[in-house]
Design a protein around this ligand. Structure first.
Ligand code: 2P0
Length: 327
């Protein structure tokens, strides 16, 4: 008899006010809050099967066996919570390039905890799912929810309040997102190493952390008031400040390439000419352009025309992590 399998799906998310740095590495607690949008079209689909015959967890990502270390870390927490053992086979597919600054760990761990909760017969609130996803990857805490999401840095030592919460569902303000991929190879310095290096060596890092709460306040109000201009201003400010802290690390972290910079200028030119668009950039060379409803097509055409842009992905805002029926 084949074991019962559970499949969940989650969207990548893009932080508009960024997370960069931890206050506790073991519990993966962020040094500051963040605010994000969850995407409909950049998704991870993950199937979890408990299998008593396995001697360790197995991870297959996009058809290839991978080291399951970080997955096991989260599954161990779930096994303890459920009071059950049993290793799992985890099979995961991304609908977009992995490890290229498109937040695959966010959608990946959000889908994992939702599927694994079902596999271990655990009934968990969204906040507890968010906490578990955070243990896998800080940004994953946000992909539990759809639309606009706020992540709290929390104050408790155990991290139980370092969880995300939904601010506004996708339909409440259906912004569009255009991702310009300028390099789809895995980045040289992953986010975790990059943020640790920035914390350890950048004189700008304390200034970065100090400003985040105020930026989250501005962004939260902008979302509540559907104030695109304010959201654009604070989002570009947050992204550029985060990159400034990385650039000032020793040695400096440069995630951009020439096309990244060309896209930033193009987005600002479009905005100056009246298009509702702003950019954000994560720990990678891709540009994410966030657009007012109906303006994504024009922005996509512009970014596609820029030298060095390999391809352009477009997405609406999407829902949070959820189980999908087995076919
Ligand atoms: C963010 N990033 O807020 C920021 C902006 C990248 C730049 O969250 O160590 O993969 O697993 O907690 O979540 C990427 O970092 O890092 C990230 P870990 P994660 O989206």
């Amino acid at each position: 008899m084949s074991a019962k399998q559970f499949t969940a799906r989650a969207g990548a998310n893009i932080a508009l006010v960024k997370y960069w740095g931890k206050r506790n590495a073991r519990l993966n607690l962020p040094a500051a809050g963040s605010l994000s949008i969850t995407l409909a079209n950049l998704e991870t689909t993950t199937t979890v099967v408990r299998n008593p015959a396995l001697r360790s967890d197995e991870l297959v990502l996009n058809g290839r066996s991978q080291d399951a270390g970080r997955v096991t870390g989260v599954l161990d927490l779930m096994r303890v919570r459920a009071g059950r053992d049993g290793f799992c086979r985890v099979e995961s597919h991304n609908s977009f390039p992995t490890a290229a600054g498109l937040a695959s760990s966010a959608s990946g761990f959000a889908a994992l905890v939702v599927a694994a909760a079902a596999a271990f017969d655990l009934t968990l609130s969204p906040a507890r799912l968010s906490e578990l996803a955070r243990r896998g990857s800080g940004s994953a805490a946000r992909s539990i929810f759809g639309g606009f999401v706020e992540m709290s840095a929390g104050e408790r030592e155990d991290g139980s309040d370092a969880v995300a919460r939904p601010l506004l569902e996708a339909a409440g303000w259906p912004l569009e997102v255009v991702v310009a991929v300028t390099d789809s190879s895995p980045k040289a310095v992953d986010s975790r190493r990059g943020m640790n290096h920035t914390m350890a060596t950048s004189p700008y890092y304390p200034a970065w952390v100090d400003g985040v709460a105020a930026d989250v306040d501005v962004a939260r109000k902008a979302v509540a008031g559907r104030d695109f201009e304010s959201l654009a201003e604070v989002s570009e400010y947050s992204a550029l400040k985060m990159h400034a802290s990385m650039l000032a690390a020793r040695p400096g972290l440069i995630y951009w390439n020439g096309a990244t910079l060309s896209c930033m200028h193009a987005v600002r030119e479009l905005r100056a000419a009246g298009t509702g668009v702003f950019f954000t950039i994560d720990a990678g060379p891709q540009i994410k352009a966030v657009c007012l409803p109906g303006q994504g097509r024009q922005v996509a055409a512009k970014l596609r025309s820029i030298d060095g842009v390999q391809r352009v992905l477009t997405s609406s805002l999407g829902q949070g992590a959820r189980l999908v029926p087995e076919t």
